[in-house]
Design a protein around this ligand. Structure first.
Ligand code: MN
Length: 745
């Protein structure tokens, strides 16, 4: 059988020159040996992929070459990573094995390709993106270059996404904005992050993207003219300082502009910071700070500064390594202009993130901003109880914080935590045992609540007590993923311990009943009562919310095996159903009116809160009412004319909330929402419709199209006002796997 050579001679020449261009773009020096190894990697990849073409029809090998080039040019990785990038798809897509790579290129490169391969196969399988993400992070600990190559791979796929079928575009884009953009941000790859977000927006919100892009284009000439008029008077001042510098205006990303328009609800024309001016100083390391502040001084001599906008990330860099001095000044025409001042080195770190940080690592004696993060990632990954979905949520929540807060230990050591972190987060950041046993926290010598939100410069001291332990409320008092994971772990362990006695008791009981296969029996009981969780089963027995006699009631013992008894006259699962029904009625309030009229408490739908009708005045719908937060029985709804009302309002006004009945049938209008997101295979439709039902909105129509792991849904809702619509949008946006929610006008 003759071999079919798919690649033409012209193509072969183009491949060769793409490879040479890639080599020429390497920023790091390399030896003759390195060059030979890269050549061999290229040759092997070129041969292995020879029968494949990309969706765009071009030979497949252009993709690994392009990925290698991004690694070389935009991240600044060296020859070893380049070899791995060239080979990144061979094990996945061709008969080449890891063992062959190991023989040919050695342990390191084989290990990197292996890491990249595993990610891809996880991505193609049904496994949830949270699992996939966990895998990405575990390779990060093996060798951070694996994740950097993965980023380059994803960036090239996003840049060439046009040639993919629409449904695949949606899936890739949704996953990119969900996982890769935050990860890029965390690794300090600012350019990657902006490009990811821009490219995602182009796919997921095409119209909005195009609208902003068009307006940016239309206003380009005027903007450039303005920037020149802003810069011109600065040049002589900067020349005088004598530091070599570059100064230029830089448009902000389309994504960030569109975001601002959405967030501030203003038209494009009113967004003033469409660009920033950047001054990059070419000075040695030891002169950086001085030069930056001298430059700041020169600029603020020329233009009036807006003091509240000064950000000094040179003295204290961000925890992803970012260093820069930002200020906003009032430019010609009274326009606010952001100016970013930094050295060439800082600029490189800002653009290439971790890789550049790595390069300068030995040179400075700055605290290693990444090591701390890697440590917390390792911590979470090694936690056997960490739920991956939870984990991804925590990670995303934490990495979206651009800003940090800097606080001090009693010894004067500085700690950087995500902005919004609490005193309890601080305790966990010191050590998990300090967190576990945290009894009280002093901030600048006075006691603060554990939920106290940290402020820059706080000096904190944690008092511990060996008898103290986490309780479930603590979960609401922390913000960082590390603290959350540690608390969850401790709570689970606590539950397990409390169940130990119950476990013993059940064991004795089963023995008495002559059950032989005890393990299977416990399994059966747990499945029946606690959705299979042994920990919960023992815990509930221990807490006496479940009695042992009750637990055994539905079963009989036959031939040493525990089996479900014949269905009793009433119903099969007396306990569970009673408990369920009971808690349901408690939750919804037994006398809560049903129908189209409902209660808004402080403007929020009341059914999201727990409330009951006060028995002193028994309000019914339509009555003028208010909500009162009791100290132990949740919210109570009273009539305004209740005999107790006056007393409550006079003495406890801080516990009073506004409550009003609204009729959902009056003045309702139909609004259509469009949702896109990832279809994790686990009941997206159920979760969306559950959420809407939960908000007590009527669905007029619901269309969902799922394809290859993404979905697009269109939902027509009957809403009373825009507040309701906003609430619904927000609630849907918060659902896992939902990427975008937009209103179809
Ligand atoms: Mn690839």
């Amino acid at each position: 059988m003759a071999e079919v050579l798919d690649i033409t001679t012209e193509e072969q020449a183009a491949i060769r020159s793409a490879y040479e261009d890639m080599i020429a773009s390497l920023r790091t020096p390399f030896s003759q040996e390195d060059r030979e190894q890269m050549d061999r990697a290229f040759k092997l990849a070129n041969y292995a992929h020879r029968h494949q073409r990309r969706k765009s029809e071009e030979p497949y090998i252009f993709h690994p070459i392009a990925v290698a080039r991004i690694c070389a040019e935009e991240i600044g990785l060296g020859p070893t990573a380049i070899c791995a990038a060239l080979l990144h798809d061979v094990v996945e897509d061709t008969p080449v094995t890891i063992e062959e790579l190991q023989d040919e290129f050695g342990e390191r490169i084989a290990q990197m390709v292996n890491g990249l391969t595993k990610l891809d196969s996880a991505y193609q399988s049904e496994s949830k993106q949270a699992e996939n993400f966990k895998k990405v992070l575990s390779t990060l600990i093996v060798d951070v270059r694996i994740v950097l190559i993965k980023m380059a791979d994803r960036l090239h796929n996003m840049r060439t996404i046009k040639s993919m079928p629409e449904h695949k575009q949606l899936k890739i884009a949704a996953e990119t904005s969900y996982i890769y953009a935050p990860l890029a941000h965390r690794l300090g790859l600012y350019n990657f992050r902006s490009e990811f977000l821009d490219l995602c927006m182009k796919v997921l919100e095409r119209d909005e993207y195009n609208a902003v892009a068009r307006k940016l284009q239309e206003t380009k000439a005027a903007r450039e003219k303005y920037i020149e008029s802003f810069i011109a008077p600065l040049r002589s001042k900067l020349d005088e300082l004598g530091y070599p510098y570059r100064i230029f205006g830089r448009p902000k990303s389309i994504y960030s502009i569109a975001n601002k328009i959405k967030k501030k609800q203003v038209p494009f024309e009113q967004i003033y910071d469409l660009f920033a001016v950047r001054v990059i100083l070419d000075v040695p390391r030891e002169k950086e700070k001085l030069a930056a502040w001298a430059t700041y001084s020169a600029i603020t001599d020329a233009y009036q500064a807006v003091p509240s906008r000064l950000k000094d990330w040179i003295t204290i860099p961000k925890s992803n390594g970012y260093e820069s001095l930002h200020t906003t000044v009032v430019g010609p025409g009274a326009r606010f202009v952001e100016v970013q001042i930094r050295s060439e080195r800082m600029n490189e770190i800002a653009e290439r993130g971790f890789a550049a940080h790595w390069k300068y690592k030995g040179v400075t004696n700055q605290r290693d901003v990444y090591e701390q993060w890697f440590e917390s990632v390792r911590d979470i990954l090694e936690n056997p109880n960490s739920d991956t979905v939870q984990f991804l949520g925590d990670f995303r929540a934490n990495s979206f914080f651009n800003e940090e807060v800097y606080v001090y230990t009693p010894d004067g050591d500085m700690k950087a935590l995500p902005k919004g972190s609490t005193a309890l987060d601080f305790a966990f950041s010191v050590h998990s045992m300090v967190g576990y046993h945290c009894q009280s926290i002093l901030c600048d010598e006075r006691i603060v609540p554990m939920s106290y939100e940290l402020r820059n410069g706080d000096r904190l001291k944690v008092n511990t007590n060996p008898h103290q332990k986490p309780n479930p409320n603590w979960l609401d008092m922390v913000k960082t993923g590390k603290a959350k994971a540690k608390i969850r772990q401790a709570l689970k362990e606590e539950k397990r311990q409390q169940g130990e006695l119950a476990k013993e008791a059940l064991h004795r009981k089963l023995k008495k009943l002559h059950v032989e296969d005890e393990k299977a029996a416990v399994e059966t009981i747990a499945r029946h009562f606690t959705e299979g969780s042994h920990v919960d089963l023992f815990y509930e027995i221990g807490q006496e919310t479940l009695q042992i006699s009750q637990v055994l009631k539905p079963f009989t013992v036959e031939h040493g095996k525990l089996v479900l008894a014949a269905p009793p006259a009433s119903n099969g699962q007396p306990h569970v159903q009673e408990k369920d029904a009971d808690s349901r009625s408690r939750r919804s309030g037994a006398n809560r009116p049903k129908g189209t009229t409902r209660l808004l408490i402080n403007g929020e739908p009341g059914d999201q809160l727990e409330y009951t009708m006060a028995s002193c005045c028994n309000p019914v719908q339509g009555d003028q009412v208010f909500a009162y937060l009791t100290s132990n029985a949740g919210l109570k709804i009273h009539r305004v004319i209740c005999p107790n009302a006056e007393n409550l309002m006079a003495n406890y006004d801080y516990r009073i909330m506004k409550a009003e009945w609204v009729s959902t049938s009056e003045h309702s209008f139909v609004a259509e929402l469009k949702l896109t997101g990832l279809d994790s295979g686990k009941g997206v439709i159920e979760r969306i419709s559950h959420e809407i039902t939960h908000l007590d909105l009527d669905i007029r129509s619901f269309n969902i199209a799922a394809e290859s792991g993404t979905f697009t849904a269109r939902i027509s809702l009957l809403v009373r006002n825009t507040d309701q619509l906003r609430l619904a949008t927000r609630a849907l946006q918060n659902l896992d796997n939902v990427s975008t929610v937009s209103r179809v006008e």
